[in-house]
Each structure stands twice: as C-alpha cells, then as structure tokens.
Write a protein that binds this ligand. Structure first.
Ligand code: UT7
Length: 353
C-alpha cells in the first residue's frame, strides 16, 4: 500500500468583488445582518467558466508541486456547477494542462465536494490505481443565485482551489500524508438544499433556476455532523483532538465554524477562517483556505491538519492529514483568468434570467 501526500496546492479567486454594500444597494439586507449572521464581508464573482477557474487553480497547484500536467495520471474535479453536463470539467482541465495520459471525471457532493474528491483520490493512490492526482474544487454558485432571495443571495461566491496528491512508500509512524478519511450522506434531506430544475426534471417556466435552502436545518445539522466527523477522522488517524494543529473547515458560516471548534474544544487560533473575504465557495472553500493557510505560515512541517465539510445532499466528509516537510511551493505559476471589465454586480445581473 502507498500513502497519499499533498505536494501541491493553489487557488483561483476571481478579481470582481461583491461587497455587502453592493448587496445593500440591490436587496433588503444590511452589512450588519450579513456580518453578524454569517461572518461574510465580501465575495468574488467569476466572469469566466468553471473550466477556466479550475484550470487556473490546477496550474498553481502543479507549479507548487514542481510537476507538469503530463505527469498527472488522474484529475478529479469536485463541482456542482459544471459548465456542461458533458464533457466533465475535469476533461477540460486535462486538455488545458496537457495531462494526456490521465483519467478525468467530476464529483458532485455540493459543498462537501472537495472532501469527496480528496477521499476518492486518496483511495486511488492507496489502491495503486494512480500515482499523481489533481483534486480540484471549483464552483460558480453565483450563476444559480436568485437576486430576489436575500436568504441565499448574500451567502455564496465563486472560486476554485486544487491540490496535488502524490503516492509515497513511506508508511512510518511520523510519515506525512492522508491518515484517515470519512465521507457520508443522508438523502432524506435532499430538498433542504437544492437547485430545482437544474437537471432534466421539469421546472415551472415562470421561475428561475436557483438555489433554495432551509438554512436553519442545514445549520442545525452542520454543527453536529462537522464536529462528529472531525473527531472521528482524528481518532481513526491515531490522534487526540489536542493534536490538531489546524482545522480547515468548509466556509459556509462563521457561526457554524465557531460551533464546530467549540465541540472539538479547539482554540480559535487553531481554526482557519477566511469566509469574510470569499463567502461560501462550495467545493472550492477548503482548498482555497488551505492555500491561504500555507501562504500565511499557518502550517508547520509535520503539522496535523483536519479538513471537514458539510453541504447539500446532505453530504459530508473529513480528512486527517499529517503535513510533510515542505510548506512552500517549489515554483509559482503566473496563470490567471482572462481579463474582464465587468463589475461583480454586472456579472450577477447578467445571470438573472
Ligand atoms: O455550505 C453548506 C450550505 N449552507 C449552509 O451551511 C448555510 C447554513 N445556514 C446558515 O448559515 C444560516 O441559517 C443563514 C445564514 C442562511 C440564515 O441565518 P439564520 O440566523 O438561520 O436566519 P433565519 O433564516 O432564521 O432568518 C432570521 C431572519 C428572518 O426574518 P424574520 O422571519 O425573523 O423576520 C429572515 O427573513 O433574518 C431574515 N433574513 C435576512 N435579513 C436581512 C434572512 N436573510 C436575510 C438577509 N438580510 N440577507
């Protein structure tokens, strides 16, 4: 057996900023409500495709790992906002980065997508199916927001993040890599967070295709489940809760994050939070947060990191990871999105059909 080690990381956050005051100008809401109920101050809106944001994040992760696209043998894109149902976003990335020998497919587990993608990637390495995998979380939920619905329009933003997982033969007691994984779902709650009419089902023609959410139910379950599974993967990894050096939770609501940290008895300094800058970027939030945590020096060699997420489905996932020696990228990429002159509000307005 081999172990999956994170050797590269990177993100793509679009330039266009949608602030709380922009939303105040358009909706019956306030900066105070959004800040105190969610922790969000602003989010980014993409004037680009999901394939483009995923590819930019992938290029940064490849550079950090010191790899070429041609050296990757599997690409997993976690997304619930693919540009098309066919082909998979992962095959778009494959073409762009020249990963000609790679398998490529998408995973949809809504906001838990990155945890699912990383779980699949880890299993593929442990089973010997692949040796160098790109796991990307990329979502553009701004395209599925109803600007008339203040209960959802203020929450989400766009972005992408990626990691490179590489196979390692070192299974020693202090060896780096993914130590444990847990994923799960409960389809009884499918209607509590959904995009009616976004697939092949018939949708009333007078309604736009947009996210609907029972925020209180999501909140209620998220705080319980995220705490439980973070504790579970920590224990499965042979660690104590006190060994967690950094918790990187899905960024959906700062109150959910705080409650999860309290359940785990974690000092807030051991919890990474950047929701104020990006809102909820769905499957992208964890790899974006990981990239920023490394840039800010929040991860030390040998540190124990726990990723945990909860979202539509309901679905959830967590991973416990021991970091390697390297906390800096081997190289940097200058990849960026095509330039856009549109403001975030203009992009959002153009999505309202
Ligand atoms: O990534 C996974 C997916 N999503 C989540 O994890 C989200 C989980 N849920 C949440 O984060 C929270 O439930 C929300 C942020 C969505 C809502 O916060 P809440 O504290 O649960 O508020 P609420 O839904 O109970 O609404 C309280 C009040 C209501 O007014 P009334 O009925 O008390 O008069 C809402 O109409 O706040 C009102 N409200 C707003 N007011 C100003 C709802 N949205 C807004 C808004 N601005 N944007």
């Amino acid at each position: 057996m081999q172990r999956a080690v994170i050797t590269g990381w990177g993100s793509c956050v679009p330039d266009a900023v949608l602030s709380n005051s922009d939303l105040e100008s358009r909706l019956d809401t306030s900066d105070d409500w959004i800040t105190t109920r969610t922790g969000i101050k602003e989010r980014r809106i993409a004037d680009a495709t999901t394939g483009e944001i995923a590819t930019v994040a992938a290029r940064h992760a490849l550079a950090a790992a010191g790899l070429q696209g041609s050296e990757i043998d599997m690409i997993v894109v976690a997304t619930c906002t693919p540009d098309r149902l066919i082909p998979a976003v992962a095959t778009v990335v494959q073409k762009e980065i020249g990963a000609t020998g790679a398998s490529a497919f998408d995973v949809n587990a809504a906001c838990a997508g990155f945890a699912y993608g990383a779980a699949v990637g880890t299993s593929a390495i442990e089973s010997g199916l692949a040796k160098r995998i790109l796991v990307i979380g990329a979502d553009r939920l701004s395209a599925w927001l109803d600007f008339e619905d203040r209960s959802t329009a203020v929450l989400f933003g766009d972005g992408a993040g990626a990691v490179v997982l590489e196979a390692s033969d070192d299974l020693g007691a202090s060896a780096p890599g993914v130590l444990s994984v847990d994923i799960g779902a409960n389809g009884e709650f499918g209607e509590q967070l959904t995009v009616p009419g976004s697939g092949l089902e018939v949708h009333p023609p007078d309604k736009m295709v947009a996210i609907t959410m029972d925020g209180r139910e999501v909140f209620r379950q998220a705080v319980v489940v995220m705490g439980e599974i973070a504790a579970k993967v920590t224990e499965s990894a042979g660690l104590e809760l006190g060994d967690i050096d950094l918790l990187i939770p899905h960024q959906a609501n700062s109150r959910i994050i705080d409650a999860t940290a309290r359940r785990l008895d974690l000092d807030p300094r051991r919890v990474f939070v950047n929701i104020h800058s990006y809102g909820n970027t769905s499957s992208a939030s964890i790899p974006i947060a990981l990239t920023e945590a490394l840039e800010q020096g929040r991860i030390d060699p040998g540190g124990h990191i726990v990723f945990v997420a909860f979202g539509g489905g309901f679905s959830w996932g967590a991973l416990a990871v021991r970091w390697g020696d390297r906390v800096h990228p081997l190289a940097k990429s200058d990849a960026s999105l095509p330039p856009s002159t549109r403001t975030a509000l203009e992009i959002m307005e153009s999505n309202q059909v």
